[in-house]
Design a protein around this ligand. Structure first.
Ligand code: F6R
Length: 253
């Protein structure tokens, strides 16, 4: 089997990264209005969501038949908590576009039985026909969703422990690191690899080392995003800072 070729696009700014990603979503929904989108939270996709909101307000995109599945959610956390990913997604995207609320899926951060919650999430993704386009960010340690280094490459949606470095990185949104939940519910590596197209976004120098290792290092559980080298249809959209440690030549726009 030939090694899949990853597409790498290097853009001039964080805003351009968002525009490029939003265009790929727009094209997909144009071709397949009932497409299933996999969505990420965090600061990275915010410019993508802002561009999708603009397109939606200008009637350049229609989400009315679109189905969404978010990658992850803290555990435990109430949906009413302003740091929940449920709240983030409504604040940045869902409240501003014409997505049907019944088509939105976010893992329940307060599920009584988190194991059953993860199993039924996997089932719901399957029933929806699988994810057409998965948007990912990347942690400074190479994590994707909350699959921290060491996550099995075949893992499915499950309860995970957050790395100390992730707790520290995400504490910027909370009053202190102690307030960051120590666990999360997260799609697995295997779940992500089944998406038909994966777009990984990264911006800023803090991500440069993780990007270098993901694209140009070996495929290893130590750098979860490196598994994307084996995905048949994966696009990295990077700003110059995130791409600054790459040795190979890639498309620059
Ligand atoms: C969020 C997620 C995480 C983030 C990553 C980067 O749903 O899955 O993997 O993508 O932690 O976070 P930011 O974008 O805040 O740097």
């Amino acid at each position: 089997m030939n090694k899949p070729v990853m597409k790498v696009i290097i853009v001039g700014s964080y805003l351009e990264m968002g525009e490029r990603a939003a265009k790929l979503v727009q094209q997909l929904l144009h071709d397949k209005p009932n497409a299933v989108l996999g969505l990420a939270t965090g600061s990275t996709p915010e410019s993508t969501y802002a561009e999708l909101v603009r397109m939606s307000q200008e009637k350049q995109i229609d989400f009315s038949h679109t189905v969404t599945f978010n990658l992850d959610e803290y555990y435990p956390i109430a949906r009413s908590n302003s740091q929940s990913y449920w709240d983030f997604m409504h604040d940045k995207l869902f409240r501003h576009i014409n997505v049907n609320p019944q088509h939105i899926h976010v893992l329940h951060g307060e599920a009584q039985d988190p194991v059953a919650e993860c199993a039924s999430y996997e089932e719901a993704i399957g029933k929806a026909g699988g994810i057409d386009l998965q948007i990912l960010g990347i942690g400074n340690n190479g994590h994707i969703a909350f699959n921290e280094p060491g996550s099995p490459l075949t893992s499915r949606t499950r309860v995970v422990q957050l790395d100390e470095s992730t707790i520290q990185a995400n504490s910027r949104y909370f009053s202190s690191a102690e307030d960051v939940p120590k666990q999360a519910l997260s799609m697995g590596m295997g779940t992500i690899m089944e998406a038909r197209h994966v777009i990984l976004l990264a911006s800023g120098a803090k991500k440069a080392d993780a990007i270098r290792q993901s694209l140009e290092g070996p495929v290893t559980e130590a750098i979860p995003a490196s598994i994307l080298q084996q995905h048949p249809n994966c696009t990295f959209i990077l700003d110059r800072e995130a791409a600054s440690l790459l040795k190979n030549t890639y498309e620059q726009v």
